[in-house]
Design a protein around this ligand. Structure first.
Ligand SMILES: [Cu+2]
Length: 283
């Protein structure tokens, strides 16, 4: 009986793996039981992951092991039974100099690559595509200022999801950008603080009303990448995902052509104006 149940369980797990595998293998999104960062898709993110994996982790591990060793050593070496008369030592200049200097050195060693990564995020190379992202309660509005495109991006409800579309991450209108091109993102908000974040690109910037923040990324492969609003902005904070579709240049130009017709700026703005006029007219 137990064996039979185990085999059934194994079968179920296998079936689940087969069903889940394609979408979870290729999607650029958080995965069940994931440890660490999402897979990098831009140089900035590779640098961040390198800094975390090969600088911070070894240093943290070494410090933790060293402190643990000291605690255990002190417990054993200076236990009451072995050390009935306690030492009265309260100062030791040499050890005090050491425990000031060594942490300083560790901080300096960490600071150098850390600043390098920080400045590479901050210094925006000449942009090929510029996008403006505006945070609203609770969705994102996007604009391609050079292309005269403007549209809103709402999350798709669970009941309307198509097979393969991730829950809470899929939107109706995603941003489309070309691969291997510098994309500059201007970020602002219209009501409260939001934050535009995309883990695979190593991008996270606050969206502040009345102020424009800038960031950039250069995606190194095609695919659909997911992020979420990362500043607590109200009751539907968890339901304003960010979806970026990275495509090759040809596909991007094709999309631009269609989007210019579908999301023409003047049309959208006049629609908004119409809504406002209608609102005041009705009230
Ligand atoms: Cu938000």
């Amino acid at each position: 009986m137990v064996y039979k149940n185990l085999m059934r369980l194994k079968g179920l797990i296998l079936l689940k793996l087969v069903i889940l595998m394609p979408s979870s293998l290729f999607a650029e999104q958080p995965k069940d039981w994931q440890l660490g960062f999402q897979k990098s898709a831009s140089e900035v993110m590779y640098d961040i992951v390198w800094f975390h994996d090969f600088m911070l982790l070894p240093i943290i591990t070494a410090i933790t092991a060293f402190v643990l060793f000291l605690v255990i050593y002190a417990c054993v070496r200076f236990r009451a039974s072995r050390n009935p008369i306690a030492s009265k030592t309260s100062h030791n200049t040499f050890i005090e100099v050491i425990w000031t200097l060594v942490p300083c050195l560790i901080l300096i060693v960490m600071a150098v690559p850390s600043f390098k990564v920080l400045y590479s995020q901050d210094r925006i190379p000449p942009a090929d595509v510029t996008i403006k992202a505006v945070g609203y309660q609770w969705y994102w509005g996007y604009e391609y200022p050079d292309e005269n495109i403007i549209f809103d991006s709402y999350m798709i409800d669970d009941k309307d999801l198509l097979p393969g579309q991730p829950r809470l991450l899929t939107v109706d209108n995603e941003i489309v950008v070309p691969v291997n091109k510098v994309v500059k993102v201007l970020i602002t908000a219209n009501d409260v603080l939001h934050a535009w974040a995309l883990p695979s690109f190593g991008v996270k910037r606050d969206a502040v009303p009345g102020r424009i923040n800038e960031t950039w990324f250069k995606a190194d492969r095609t695919g659909t990448f997911y992020g979420q609003c990362s500043e607590l902005c109200g009751i539907k904070h968890a339901f304003m995902p960010i979806t970026v579709k990275v495509v090759d240049q040809n596909e991007y130009e094709k999309w631009l052509g269609e989007a210019k017709k579908k999301f023409a700026k003047n049309k959208k703005e006049s629609e908004k104006l119409f809504k406002v006029v209608k609102f005041f007219g009705d009230n």
